[in-house]
Design a protein. Structure first.
Length: 257
């Protein structure tokens, strides 16, 4: 037990850090995390240290139980007799220790999740934000591109138009529609786009010497409520952010009589 107990204690102490690290990240990859091992451990240790400091301070301030660092350190000892004494001391305060660990694990799950939502809500992670370099979620490029998250609050796009060139029977067609949703695969790659109000036209009509009108009459509407476009079938993809004019802006731009 002299070897297994310290390893178990270290695992329990660091577990909140690993949970918090996974909850604060906005990652599009659902498979294995290929981040460098040293980076993962360092981030987990920092989170665990911060959470334990807050919880120990709160415990000392608001409960009758006082943190005993001497007991915590003796649990890491390789001496069996010292470990036994430390275990008896912990067992005598089992309810408080259990409450401490349960609430700490709950906080490690909930607090980073709430913090991530707050960062996204306040757009603190967008490009151009003073905090963007520190708070930007590096593992979510499609989130920023297809949600308009890089726009300031109050200036988010009302619509996101998608145009894609798709080869159909060896001929290139231009598909255009309004983005409704998008899905990623397990490795974080874009899998498919869900579009509304989709139209298409063959690109061979744009060849030199072919007269085509400049309006939308050269597009053919596609019947249906939703159109599923697989990203693997798209040759190119164009994203356009559309911001509709607000009523207040329109009234403010009218000349005074």
């Amino acid at each position: 037990m002299n070897v297994a107990l310290p390893a178990l204690v270290v695992f329990v102490l660091l577990l909140p850090g690993f949970i918090a690290r996974s909850r604060i990240k906005r990652a599009e990859r659902l498979s294995l995390d290929y981040s460098p091992f040293g980076q993962v451990v360092t981030e987990a240790v920092v989170w665990a240290a911060g959470l334990h400091l807050v919880w120990v301070a709160a415990t000392n301030a608001f409960t009758i139980w006082q943190f005993r660092p001497d007991i915590a350190l003796t649990l890491l000892s390789a001496d069996t007799s010292v470990q036994t004494q430390a275990l008896h001391a912990v067992a005598a305060q089992a309810p408080w220790v259990t409450l401490y660990l349960v609430t700490l694990l709950a906080a490690a799950y909930l607090v980073p999740s709430a913090l991530r939502r707050f960062i996204s809500w306040r757009r603190l992670d967008r490009l151009g934000s003073p905090w963007g370099a520190w708070l930007r979620f590096s593992g979510a490029p499609w989130y920023y591109l297809l949600s308009g998250a890089d726009f300031p609050r109050g200036r988010s796009p009302d619509l996101i138009a998608i145009s894609a060139i798709v080869s159909v029977a060896g001929k290139p067609y231009l598909y255009s529609g309004i983005l409704d949703d998008y899905y990623l695969d397990q490795d974080g790659r874009l899998d498919r786009l869900i579009l509304e109000q989709v139209m298409r036209r063959p690109l061979d009509r744009d060849k030199p010497g072919t007269e085509t009108p400049d309006d939308g009459s050269r597009f053919y509407p596609i019947d249906g409520d939703y159109f599923v476009l697989r990203y693997s079938e798209a040759i190119t993809l164009n994203v356009e952010y559309i911001l509709l004019a607000r009523a207040d802006d329109v009234r403010g731009s009218q000349p005074l009589s």
